[in-house]
Design a protein around this ligand. Sequence first.
Ligand SMILES: Nc1ncnc2c1ncn2[C@@H]1O[C@H](COP(=O)(O)OP(=O)(O)OP(=O)(O)O)[C@@H](O)[C@H]1O
Ligand SMILES: [Mg+2]
Length: 577
Amino acid sequence: MNRIRVLPDLLISQIAAGEVVERPASVLKELLENALDAGARAIQVTLDQGGLKRVQVDDDGGGLAREDLPLALARHATSKIQSLDDLQGVATMGFRGEALASIAAVARVSLTSRAENAPHAWSIRAEGTGGGAAEPAARAPGTTVLVEELYFNTPARKKFMRSEQTEFGHCDEMFRRVALARPDVAFGLKHNGRVSSHVRAQPLGERAGALLGREFLDASFQVEAQAGTLRLSGLAGTPQAAHAGKVRRADSQYLFVNGRFVRDRMLSHAVREAYRDVLHGERQPAYLLFLEIDPRGVDVNVHPAKIEVRFRDSGSIHQFVMHALKRALSPTAAEAPVAYATVSASGSGPAIQQGFQLAQPAQAYQSFMAAAALPAALPASQVAPPLGYALAQLHGVYILAQNEAGLVLIDMHAAHERIVYEKLKGNLDAGRVERQQLLVPAAFRADALELAAAEENQEALERLGLELNAAGPNELAVRSAPMLLAGGDVVGLTRSVLKEIREYGAVQALAARRDELLAGMACHAAVRANRLLTVTEMNALLREMEATERAGSCNHGRPTWYQLSMADLDRLFMRGQ
Ligand SMILES: Nc1ncnc2c1ncn2[C@@H]1O[C@H](COP(=O)(O)OP(=O)(O)OP(=O)(O)O)[C@@H](O)[C@H]1O
Ligand SMILES: [Mg+2]
């Protein structure tokens, strides 16, 4: 048995390096994290031969003072923590003061840095043992760390390195992780002299699109939840996308805890649980999630590469993440069908935000109309009406109808409004708006301006089908109203006409502003939401829509109806997939 001896410093560092510096990608990770800790806004990475020959990181962060340069390369020297208390609440990526020393033990390192107020930069080199003397250098404020010839002095280690391409792949993935965690910082990556990636400071969505592909962005939804000091945010892939195998990168599963990429069984379990009801079998969801937690609730000092963490209260974090994600996964009824149908139909556009597309119903409508026009010679009974027949009314707002293609959803107020508006226009163009005498005049309190407008513009009002007179000193009464509108909010529509006339003058109101005026009237006349319609009334509305121009959208440009074809529905329920 040999006697016990204290190991030389270099060997100690080389042993430590075995833990920290597994491959070029781990060097890159440490350098990137140092740059972020230094407050960099822009970081440039330069690699040669997959990082085996060179890993260089340039940043525009706070830099190092000349006296600190040798310390940066020394073991157990850090500017980031000073006490156990600091360690327990560490908010920086680094804290051990070990990374650069470990790297310098197994590679040739040069460190060039200029502190913010320094007149110029200083540079030191180290190869294996200790640093040389600092020399003046030229550089803008910030730091450049150059790591060359990794494992030049530990050949056994070097043998474990894979091909240049494999090592570059690991570096690229490391770069992606760090850049995804910090969309507020600009990043560039060059390999063998060629630009491989470049992203400016941007919102998370853009960063995700740039680094994970548009497919990921298009097939994911936002997650945002908070409970006490816990916050979960980011993007989670739709189950549909996972189902369709749309996610390009099979391993697009990114989870960050306080900005640190981690692999954590408890957290991935929570995510899997959240998806359980909507994702079956082996399918994997894609996600880019950020968990923020009081640094005191998580121990980051449990793994040499800091890729694992330990939570103080892992039970409640599991619950929080699972429930937050579950909630985000079950969109409200209003959003779900359209979003799902649209996602699977076109595969583009953010899943949930995407609403009805205006052009779609209009186009579909035209083709329906064309189709309906063709078999005009056939007996009426054989021609199915384009919008089909009403099935039911939904929550007093929508009409559900069945046509040849599948299900039609109609916003009854919007549709009716368009019909009334088009008819009013036709009436006015024909020079006569059919009037209807009201059985009981509709009286309302009017101010002096309204009274004056009513008196001065009797003729114009009558052309619009309105007959008004004073019913008292502060009161106007509507005696007759346009036939089309008599069943609606007569007082409201009269007021809106009086307002229009008062503001623009009768001539203007009836000419240049005619469409606005009529649209205002139509709006007051149209069936309000929550009015129950009989099936007969609903079918009558559908037939009127078919006979009305521009019935595909209401006066405000919203669509009036939407077709969900049988194919859309099949996709929604994943039939035949
Ligand atoms: N890019 C940089 N800009 C400014 N200072 C830096 C930079 N890189 C390193 N330093 C300084 O050098 C010190 C040592 O860096 P090193 O990475 O070895 O340790 P650390 O980041 O403190 O902890 P860890 O070992 O956990 O990474 C840092 O504490 C920091 O003060
Ligand atoms: Mg560090």
